[in-house]
Design a protein around this ligand. Sequence first.
Ligand SMILES: Nc1ncnc2c1ncn2[C@@H]1O[C@H](COP(=O)(O)OP(=O)(O)OP(=O)(O)O)[C@@H](O)[C@H]1O
Ligand SMILES: O=P(O)(O)OC[C@H]1O[C@H](OP(=O)(O)OP(=O)(O)O)[C@H](O)[C@@H]1O
Length: 239
Amino acid sequence: MSADRITLALSKGRIYDETLPLLQAAGIEVLEHPERSRKLILPTNHPALNVVLVRASDVPTYVQYGGADLGVCGKDTLLEHEAEWGGAANVGLYQPLDLQIARCRMSVAVRADFDYVRAVRQGARIRVATKYVAIAREFFASKGVHVDLIKLYGSMELAPLTGLADAIVDLVSTGNTLKANQLVEVERIMDISSRLVVNQGAIKVKRALLRPLLDAFAKATAQDTAHATAQSSATGVLA
Ligand SMILES: Nc1ncnc2c1ncn2[C@@H]1O[C@H](COP(=O)(O)OP(=O)(O)OP(=O)(O)O)[C@@H](O)[C@H]1O
Ligand SMILES: O=P(O)(O)OC[C@H]1O[C@H](OP(=O)(O)OP(=O)(O)O)[C@H](O)[C@@H]1O
């Protein structure tokens, strides 16, 4: 981690696409297009800022270890990463801003012919397939529902259709994916949006470089969502 440069970790796709307007609001343009280049380090018009492209689930790891100074990742990804480490305190990432982008919800879904309410009421043991095992474990434990969790890395919707599982825990936005696979949402676990995460060391060492960027993000987020609390918490971190 060079002291006079800052590195922002983003994942290709919706996080990159939805972070771009926030960067633009801060006067920052990424100089190469991630879909038109094989490069993983993208320069920007900010002389000290590079963007690095990583897998969405690798963003917290890069920022935690200082491979990037800051990054943007979903609350889902962050919660799973923290659970792997035995809690947020062990990860030690600053989370100054909810950027209110990549908004969706984490839900339980089943086949339309599966009587979820009855299964839960009867205390049956249900099989749940998900990429988000920590969130699912915590949710069902809090309801006192017995579950066997099956870890998947994608295409969760297939699990109830093939008999692999009774239910899935997955992200839902428009509901189109569930509908296309004849699944129904039966419980909403939590709302999800993406957070700015910052390396603890970088906060101390690169304060002068980071502060204007975080302030601009906070301002753009506040303007987008009238989320004034985001602005005050960002200022709090670097004050
Ligand atoms: N349908 C959706 N609508 C809005 N936001 C979403 C949706 N699906 C996922 N997200 C959010 O966007 C983030 C990034 O999703 P993306 O699909 O780009 O990566 P991923 O495939 O989940 O991660 P990885 O590549 O590491 O497996 C998720 O962590 C979540 O917070
Ligand atoms: O309710 P919808 O608007 O249909 O969105 C829900 C879908 O979005 C996510 O997948 P994504 O598009 O990220 O695909 P991926 O998991 O293959 O990355 C999620 O895993 C669902 O499959």
